[in-house]
Structure formats: structure tokens, C-alpha cells
Ligand binder design. Structure first.
Ligand code: NAD
Length: 356
């Protein structure tokens, strides 16, 4: 298969971590007999410096023509006081908007060797492997009317059937690549929007008879996530609840340097680490590349349907951690402290062995 992707390394540690993810993709392509084509474009501060805008038209056009974009991070201190249109971060918001990425996928996997990195007890988080599928472009953050007048303020939560249908399909399809279980998280005892979600998800669910789905109230889910996180496979939810629950779930895992994400639309998917450009450690070979490498695995799975290849990357990450390699953010005095390049190299090495 031809894996034809765009990379947008961006700013700070972005280029360092994307370089490692590309090395890993090359290794996967070699081992599984695929052809990898990588085209790199500018975004963020890097684009501001070269062409004067954070998201050049050329970059946007190229992204529209591909199935997948692997992004590093954007943001640089020198633009902190710039007007919004000249801020690197504006590029990301516009890119998501232009590509219509309505589904945000955030996995939270607790790696066994890092059980002690979580703020919860190891026995509570052990075995956690869940995926939050959050609706990203609708709901109360976007609903109108909205307003604030003197001592009164209001917002509108609004969802339509097509908006719910398309995100439900993303969740059920993702569940098919995992443990075939979807939990719909809502507040259907209070909100009409949630009642519509339940009705539509029940209908969509009938098209996936091999996937089991159950509803759960959001307040209960917030509690269950820190009480028994292993019970979840795919969590499907709206924009507001997803925003809160995905941050809660992220904390189960330990470090921001481990968390990948995917934003899916009708055509192009954007894959990126959850962290930012980390200017404090940029250019020092200190950044943890595993979040970006795990994002590349999500890309293979969700944009190219290459589940076995994605699993091979995820297993290699687990094994590297198992063998004690640690970048500074996850180093707790044990194991071997390594830099960005060494960590990427170790994943490549194990990947070759695991699949050879
Ligand atoms: P950040 O995520 O860049 O950094 C927060 C802390 O985590 C820092 O101490 C950093 O060193 C550390 N860290 C982050 N990623 C790491 C990694 N891979 N390995 C090891 N340590 C890591 O967040 P911030 O400091 O609030 O923001 C810095 C810049 O990034 C800002 O300009 C911000 O706007 C931008 N930002 C961009 C994105 C994005 O591109 N998606 C997301 C968040 C922030």
C-alpha cells in the first residue's frame, strides 16, 4: 500500500519528535512491504518566519489532498504578544476547521512499566486501555443564541441527527478495531440533547451488531474513570463532556509526553501529540517522542486501516518501556535515561525484531 502523508513539524520540539515518528513509519513500511511517501510543509512559527503567515495556503492545499497529516506542535515565545492572526497557534485551529475534523480521538493507555507514574494507585490503573471519541465541532461551545448581559448569561447546547450519526459511526468503527465495546456518556436524565444522542446511537448501533453499547451518565463516568478505568473500551461523548473526561483520562497515564491524538473528518485525519512545542526543552534532544510515535500508529489504524502495523508500533513502545528506557519526563531514578533520538532508535530496533 502507498502511505502518502504530510508532515507538519512546526515549532520547538515538534521537528525533533516528528523526525523520530517518521523513522518509525519508515521501519514499519519496510517490514510490512508498504511504500511510504512523506511530504513536509511549514506551519506555525516556522511558517511565519518563512512566508509571514501561520498556515500557508500551500500547506492547506497539500493537506486537503492527503488522507493523513502528522503534526508536531506549534507555538513559540517570540509570538506571545502577536495579534491572533499572527500567532502560530491560530494555524492549528484553522487547519482543523478547514479540514472539518469533527471527531477527536484520545486514547489513554497505562503502560505497565510506568504504573508508578500515575497519580492513582498502580492496582487501580493497571490494564487501562481506553479511547475517548469526542464530538469536536458542535454542542454548547458553538450553539446559538449565546450571550452575557449584566447579571444574566446563557449558552445553547444543540445537536442534530447527522452530527450525532457521523461521530457515532467513528466510535463504532474504532470499537471494531479494539474490544468491541462502546459506552455512550451523556446526561439523558436531564438534557434533551442527550436523549437525542441515545436515540440516534441506538439506531447506528444496530448497524454494528458485533459491538456492544451501553449508556452511562457523565457524573457516574467521571467517578468510574478513577475508580475502575479498565471497564472502558471506547467512550463516545459530546463536546463539553469529552473535553473534561479526556483530560481526566489523560492523568491516568502519567506524562503528557506519552499521549497521542487523532482528529478525524470526512477525508483528512490530523494526528498529533497532545503536548505543545515545549520551548523550555527544544533543541536539547530531551523531548519524549513516544506521543508522536503513538500518533503515527493511530494514523496507520484510522486513515489507512493498517491495524496490525499500528499494533506493532504500540507493542514496540510497550517493550521499550519494559526494557527500562526513559526520557527525562518519565525518569524516576530507575532504568536508563535516554534522549529523543535514542528513544526513537530503540522503538525502531524493537519494531524490526518484533515483526521480522
Ligand atoms: P507544552 O505541552 O509545550 O509543555 C508543558 C510542559 O511539558 C513543559 O515543561 C514541557 O517541557 C513538557 N513537555 C511537553 N511535551 C513534552 C515531551 N514530549 N517530552 C517531555 N516533556 C514535554 O505546553 P506549554 O508550555 O503550555 O506551551 C508551550 C507552547 O506550545 C505554547 O506556545 C503553546 O501555545 C503551544 N501549544 C501547542 C499545542 C499544539 O501544537 N497542539 C498544544 C499545547 C500548547
Amino acid at each position: 500500500m502507498l502511505i502518502d502523508i504530510i508532515t507538519l513539524p512546526g515549532d520547538g520540539i515538534g521537528p525533533e519528535v516528528v523526525a523520530q515518528a517518521v523513522n518509525v513509519l519508515r521501519r514499519v513500511a519496510e517490514r510490512f512491504g508498504h511504500q511510504l511517501k512523506v511530504s513536509e510543509y511549514a506551519i506555525g512559527g516556522a511558517a511565519l518566519r518563512s512566508v509571514g503567515v501561520p498556515l500557508p495556503e500551500e500547506t492547506l492545499r497539500a493537506c486537503r489532498e492527503r488522507a493523513a497529516v502528522l503534526l508536531g506542535a506549534v507555538g513559540a515565545p517570540e509570538y506571545d504578544d502577536a495579534p491572533p492572526s499572527l500567532k502560530p497557534e491560530t494555524a492549528l485551529l484553522r487547519l482543523r476547521q478547514e479540514l472539518g475534523t469533527f471527531a477527536n480521538l484520545r486514547p489513554a493507555t497505562v503502560y505497565r512499566p510506568l504504573l508508578n507514574a500515575s497519580s492513582l494507585k498502580p492496582e487501580v490503573v493497571a490494564g487501562t486501555d481506553l479511547l475517548i471519541v469526542r464530538e469536536l465541532t458542535g454542542g454548547i461551545y458553538f450553539g446559538t443564541p449565546r450571550g452575557l448581559q449584566d447579571d444574566e448569561a446563557y449558552n445553547t447546547m444543540r445537536y442534530t441527527r447527522p452530527e450525532i450519526e457521523r461521530i457515532a459511526h467513528v466510535a463504532f468503527r474504532a470499537a471494531r478495531q479494539r474490544r468491541r465495546k462502546v459506552t455512550l456518556v451523556d446526561k439523558a436524565n436531564v438534557l434533551e440533547c442527550s436523549q437525542l444522542w441515545r436515540r440516534v446511537v441506538a439506531e447506528v448501533g444496530r448497524q454494528y451488531p458485533d459491538v456492544e453499547w451501553t449508556p452511562m451518565y457523565v457524573d457516574n463516568c467521571a467517578m468510574q474513570l478513577i475508580a475502575r478505568p479498565q471497564q472502558f473500551d471506547v467512550i463516545l461523548t459530546g463536546n463539553l463532556f469529552g473535553d473534561i473526561l479526556s483530560d481526566e483520562a489523560a492523568m491516568l497515564t502519567g506524562s503528557i509526553g506519552l499521549l497521542p491524538s487523532a482528529s478525524l473528518g470526512e477525508a483528512t485525519g490530523i494526528y498529533e501529540p497532545v503536548h505543545g512545542s515545549a520551548p523550555d526543552i527544544a533543541g536539547q534532544n530531551k523531548a519524549n517522542p513516544l506521543a508522536t510515535i503513538a500518533s503515527a500508529a493511530l494514523m496507520l489504524r484510522h486513515s489507512f486501516g493498517l491495524n496490525e502495523e499500528a499494533r506493532a508500533i504500540e507493542r514496540a513502545i510497550e517493550e521499550v518501556l519494559e526494557r527500562g528506557y526513559r526520557t527525562a519526563d518519565i525518569y524516576r531514578g530507575e532504568g536508563q535515561l535516554v534522549g529523543t533520538r535514542e528513544m526513537g532508535h530503540q522503538v525502531c530496533r524493537l519494531l524490526a525484531r518484533a515483526t521480522a
